[in-house]
Design a protein around this ligand. Structure first.
Ligand code: PLP
Length: 375
C-alpha cells in the first residue's frame, strides 16, 4: 500500500528532537522555529512531559467516556485556573477541526439557527462545518458548500451589523490572530463591538484559539489582549505538545445534555496527562511571560533586517513580511541554514512559531541564519 499523496514534502526525515533542535536521519540538526505548525509548545521531549506520559502508559492509556476519568476533572480545574476561564466547562476531543466542529454544533443547538459569520482569510480546519468556515474555496468540496457561511472583512462593523441583524445567524467564529492566513488581527474596538452585537442578537461568539491559545500570544488566550469574553473557546495544537488532543471551552450559561456531544478517543488518559504536563511546565517555567518577552525581543531584532517590510503577530505567533514571495527563502533556510520556519496564505509572510521556552541565544542564531540566507 502507498500513502494517499496529499502532502508536498520537504526532503527531511526527523528521527529525534530535543528542546528546539530536531535531528534528521543523517545526523543533521535543525533549529525548529516552526514547532510542527505551532504544536510544540514546551519544546521537544521535555523531561517532565516524557516522564508523565511514560508513567501513565504503564498504568492505563485509554478507557472510554462511559466511566469516570479523574484526570479529565483535574485537567479542567487546572485549565480553568491558568487560563482565568473557570466559568467555562470543558469538552475534550482530538483535534482543532473537531473542536471547531463541536463548537459550531453547540452554537446551532443553542440558537436553533444555522448560518455562520466567519472572516476573510480564516482557517478553522478541514472537516464539515469547520472547513465551510475556512476561507479557501480549494479545500471545500460540494458537500461542505451546503453549509451557510458568510465571510466578512475584519474591522468593517457596518457590514457585520448588517449581517448579524438578519436574524438567522447561530455563530460568529474568529481567530484573534489569524494563523494560516498570515497573522492579521482585528482591532480591539472591532472585537468589543462584535461581542456586543453577538449578545444583542443572541448569537454565539466562538474564539478559535487552536493556534493562538495555550500562551503562544503572550497571554493564555489571544482574545484576552482585547478584554472580551467569548461564549465558546476552541483549543488544540500546543495543548498536547504533539499528543493529539483538542478541547471546547463552553461558557457555563450554555447547558449540556447527555449525548449532545461525544467521542471515543477524546479525553483519554494519555491525552489528559500530556495536557496536564504542558500546563505544569507553562506554569513552573513562566512560559506565557517568556512568550511575551521573547516575542518583543524578536520584533526588536527584526528591525535590523532591511528586507523585512513589516512585522506581524504577538508573543511567539509572529510573521515577517517581505516584498517578495518567501517560498524560495524557506527552502534556503531549511536546506542551507538548517532552520525550520512556516509559510502562510499570504505568500510574502514567513511564519515564526517556536516553542515557548525559546531563549535569546536561539533567537540570535535565528537572525544570523536569516541574514546569511538573505545575502
Ligand atoms: N483552527 C486554527 C486556527 C488552525 O490554525 C488550525 C490548524 O492549523 C485548525 C483550526 C485545525 O486544526 P487541526 O489541524 O488540528 O484539525
Amino acid at each position: 500500500m502507498k500513502l494517499f499523496d496529499v502532502y508536498p514534502l520537504y526532503d527531511v526525515t526527523p528521527v529525534s528532537a530535543k528542546g528546539i533542535v530536531v535531528t534528521d536521519d543523517k545526523g543533521q540538526e535543525y533549529l525548529d522555529f516552526y514547532g510542527g505548525h505551532a504544536v510544540i509548545s514546551i519544546g521537544h521531549a521535555h523531561p517532565l512531559y516524557v516522564k508523565r506520559l511514560k508513567d501513565q502508559l504503564d498504568r492505563i492509556g485509554f478507557y472510554s467516556n462511559a466511566v469516570h476519568n479523574p484526570l479529565q476533572v483535574e485537567l479542567a480545574t487546572k485549565l480553568g485556573q491558568l487560563s482565568n476561564c473557570a466559568d467555562y466547562n470543558l469538552f475534550l476531543c482530538n483535534s482543532g477541526a473537531e473542536a471547531n466542529e463541536n463548537a459550531l454544533k453547540m452554537a446551532s443547538f443553542q440558537t436553533g439557527k444555522s448560518r455562520v459569520i466567519a472572516f476573510n482569510n480564516s482557517f478553522h480546519g478541514r472537516t464539515s462545518a469547520a472547513v465551510a468556515t475556512t476561507d479557501n474555496e480549494k479545500i471545500n468540496a460540494p458537500i461542505n458548500k451546503q453549509q451557510k457561511v458568510t465571510f466578512l472583512p475584519f474591522n468593517d462593523i457596518t457590514a457585520f451589523k448588517n449581517e448579524i441583524e438578519k436574524g438567522d445567524v447561530c455563530a460568529v467564529i474568529l481567530e484573534s490572530i489569524q494563523g494560516v492566513g498570515g497573522l492579521d488581527e482585528p482591532s480591539t474596538e472591532f472585537f468589543k463591538k462584535v461581542e456586543k452585537l453577538c449578545k444583542e442578537n443572541q448569537v454565539v461568539l466562538i474564539a478559535d484559539e487552536v493556534q493562538s491559545g495555550f500562551g503562544r500570544s503572550g497571554k493564555f488566550f489571544a482574545f484576552q489582549h482585547h478584554d472580551i469574553n467569548p461564549d465558546i473557546i476552541t483549543i488544540a495544537k500546543g495543548m498536547g505538545n504533539g499528543f493529539p488532543v483538542g478541547g471546547v471551552l463552553i461558557h457555563e450559561s450554555i447547558k449540556a445534555s447527555y449525548g449532545q456531544l461525544g467521542t471515543t478517543f477524546g479525553g483519554n488518559h494519555l491525552a489528559c496527562v500530556a495536557t496536564l504536563a504542558v500546563l505544569e511546565v507553562l506554569e513552573k517555567e513562566g512560559l506565557v511571560e517568556n512568550a511575551k518577552e521573547l516575542g518583543n525581543y524578536f520584533l526588536e531584532k527584526a528591525k535590523e533586517i532591511p528586507q523585512v517590510k513589516r512585522t506581524k503577530g504577538k508573543g511567539l505567533m509572529l510573521g515577517l513580511e517581505f516584498d517578495f514571495e518567501v517560498a524560495a527563502l524557506r527552502k534556503k533556510l531549511i536546506y542551507e541554514q538548517h532552520l525550520f520556519t512556516g509559510g502562510a496564505n499570504d505568500k510574502h509572510v514567513l511564519r515564526i512559531l517556536p516553542a515557548l521556552n525559546i531563549t535569546k541565544t536561539d533567537m540570535d542564531l535565528f537572525f544570523e541564519k536569516l541574514k546569511i540566507a538573505l545575502l
